[in-house]
Design a protein around this ligand. Structure first.
Ligand SMILES: [Zn+2]
Ligand SMILES: [Zn+2]
Length: 267
């Protein structure tokens, strides 16, 4: 399976995220070696981050300075994205932050519920069914309450961290809330992300094939592919599997963004 050159990894963390050490220059050089025309960075914006126990912000001044310098040295377009960790109690602050800046693409995620990070062991003390439903309700709130975003990232993110294996029947039991989320994504003309990190965690590309099937059956076609790389070598990991998965449901195009404007790339 060849990965088309114009297919760009739309979920990548650089060292402007606290959980990545990959510099912009490393990402640019890696993309050049892959024959890519552009890179996208989607670093974290997280108010009251439960994982880092503080607000997580991007140093835009340094970022812009570095981008300008790299553009002089490399034939590479650098797109400015962001991964927004939703919190309903910070909704206004998040919206104000986003309105004040220009982006190429905005990813929407739910990483914590205001008490615990979904990756924390303590979050998974309750039975999986309760935890899955609670998590998906946070995602529904995010997708519903926010408007200024393009892509819904790693829809079943919480399954990366469960202490018990999650079976398809556990996902099926969440069908009503999943139905709401997928309907909202379609109605609001947003894009569903295939996040390949899941392949190396819980064993499937986010979202679970059951959820992707539901999305397609409801009429959803708009998808993006992202590796959620936190180190340069993980950029585009699992993309061949993601393309195969999309082909299996009859999708042969992905949506990419430049200046928030969507365009299609054939896969
Ligand atoms: Zn995330
Ligand atoms: Zn991410």
């Amino acid at each position: 399976m060849t990965i088309p050159n114009f297919l760009i990894d739309q979920h990548v963390h650089s060292s402007y995220s606290p959980d990545s050490n990959s510099t912009l220059e490393e990402l640019v050089r890696y993309a050049l070696a892959l024959g890519k025309p552009a890179i996208v960075t989607t670093d974290h914006l997280e108010y009251d981050c439960k994982y880092f126990k503080q607000d997580v912000h991007i140093d835009w001044k340094s970022y812009h300075r570095e981008v300008e310098e790299l553009l002089l040295r490399y034939p590479m377009e650098i797109r400015k994205g962001i991964e927004v960790g939703f919190r309903s109690d910070y909704k206004d602050v998040i919206n104000e932050y986003l309105a004040q800046r220009e982006f190429d693409v905005i990813l929407l995620s739910a990483h914590n519920d205001g008490y615990l990070d979904f990756s924390e062991k303590a979050y998974h003390d309750l039975p999986i069914q309760q935890r899955l439903k609670h998590y998906f309700m946070q995602v529904r709130e995010a997708v519903d309450q926010m408007d200024n975003y393009d892509i819904v990232a790693h829809l079943d993110y919480v399954t990366r961290y469960t202490t018990y294996p999650v079976d398809e029947e556990d996902i099926v039991a969440c069908k009503p809330v999943l139905y709401d989320i997928l309907k909202l994504i379609i109605e609001k003309e947003k894009v569903l992300e295939l996040n390949t990190t899941g392949l190396y965690r819980q064993g499937w590309i986010h979202p679970h094939p059951y959820i992707l099937d539901m999305y397609v059956n409801l009429g959803g076609r708009a998808v993006s592919i992202g590796s959620d790389a936190h180190q340069v070598g993980d950029v585009e990991q699992g993309f061949a599997e993601a393309i195969e998965m999309l082909h299996s449901v009859g999708i042969r195009e992905v949506v990419q963004f430049k200046g928030r404007a969507p365009y299609l790339v054939s896969i």
